[in-house]
Design a binder for this molecule. Structure first.
Ligand SMILES: [Zn+2]
Length: 382
């Protein structure tokens, strides 16, 4: 009703529901018998605003080239920045619309979408505006994040602090004024922004009334304690984290969002230590990190499969991480992430008999129908 779940339970119980009884004639019945119905996936970490795939990076990395060699060959993040700066806003919107349709086909009904390949005021606003326009054409839910602090753009090389000042004093106020983002994200790691710079950006976000999240510990350990006082919704990647920080995160309501697609695509032997995090009491979410450089996948079933095989999460833990914990990571748990009366009607239907088959059949998509805010998308096979 109005895109919300009215009743949950056995068919017998549901049919006794007062609202359903009254409206029986006006409802469309979808018989999902013999199939698995999950809460729609909540993909809480994606970078969908880009133009071209990074095929130079892909091929060069296979042949053993390092980051500098890839950049010299015209690849790397620089190529994505050039693409976004030159693209029209409608071209970017079109790319995101296509990606959102693909997300839905793979069972995802809520997507967090970051800017971060524009890295100047006009291009970041254009990117966030493209997210907003694409979101209007999609029945699912999009949460947008300003990631001006992805990396200092080439024209600010060696002048990182000046770029941080630009983010805090010009870009972020402009984003907040236009209500173009709910979150501010920072890539806090070796070669990107320091802990001090991240704290500075978080403080500015607080002044602008925007919530925060950060990429941490992908390449090296990031000190998390000083960042926790800004109450980040999520710390993402977390490949490297020390025990003291882990205890502090477990005590907070910050979620750890793990993105094993990036480890897979970069051919890393090491994956985030999900078991260690879970045993420390940290809430773990899973996301795709959909982006052209390190994780060109928008398949949550693939992320689940990697979590099970490489991170030793059980299929049930992986599904919870990809749904309700993803919703917590976006501060949407009151509305999203589980099938409960009163929550948004976001469901994904899979042509399998057992939920464990979703991560089991890796590289295949068995989702045939999603329902997003009550709107069906796709068809069940008869
Ligand atoms: Zn990312």
């Amino acid at each position: 009703m109005g895109g919300k779940i009215v009743s949950v339970g056995t068919t017998k119980d549901a049919l006794r529901d007062r609202w359903l009884k009254k409206n029986r004639k006006n409802i469309t019945e979808i018989d999902c018998g013999g199939r698995v119905v999950l809460p729609g996936f909540v993909d809480s970490h994606t970078h969908p605003v880009f133009v071209h795939p990074r095929l130079v990076d892909f091929e060069k990395r296979i042949s053993g080239a390092n980051y500098e060699e890839i950049a010299a060959a015209g690849g790397g993040i620089r190529s994505s920045i050039d693409g976004v700066r030159k693209a029209s806003q409608s071209a970017l919107t079109g790319k995101i619309v296509t990606a959102l349709a693909d997300f839905a086909r793979n069972g995802t009904t809520t997507v967090e979408a970051k800017s971060g390949y524009g890295l100047d005021l006009a291009s970041e606003l254009k990117s966030l505006d493209a997210i907003r326009r694409a979101a209007r054409e999609w029945p699912g839910t999009v949460v947008s994040t300003f990631l001006g602090a992805h990396v200092a753009p080439p024209e600010y090389r060696g002048r990182s602090q000046e770029y941080v000042d630009l983010i805090c004093n010009e870009m972020m106020p402009a984003v907040a004024k236009r209500k173009l983002a709910e979150f501010v994200d920072v890539f806090c790691d070796r070669g990107a922004f320091s802990g001090e710079e991240t704290a500075q950006i978080f403080a500015a976000a607080e002044r602008c009334g925007l919530a925060v999240r950060a990429h941490v510990g992908q390449l090296s350990e990031t000190r998390l304690g000083p960042l926790l006082r800004y109450h980040p919704a999520s710390f993402d990647h977390m490949d490297y984290v020390n025990d003291a920080d882990l205890t502090a995160v477990a005590r907070s309501d910050t979620v750890a969002t793990l993105v094993p697609g990036a480890n897979y695509f970069l051919g890393l032997a090491r994956y985030p230590e999900a078991r260690r995090l879970i045993e420390a009491g940290v809430a773990v979410a899973l996301a795709t990190d959909y982006n052209p450089g390190s994780s060109p996948t928008l398949s949550m079933p693939m992320a689940l499969s990697l979590a099970c095989t490489h991170m030793k999460m059980s299929p049930a833990e992986a599904i919870a991480a990809a749904t309700v914990n993803g919703a917590w990571a976006l501060r949407l748990a009151a509305r999203k992430g589980s099938v409960e009366a009163g929550k948004d009607a976001d469901l994904a239907v899979f042509e399998v008999n057992d939920y464990r088959e979703v991560p089991y059949w890796f590289g295949a998509n068995h989702c045939t129908l999603t329902i997003m805010n009550g709107v069906p998308n796709g068809d069940l096979r008869s």
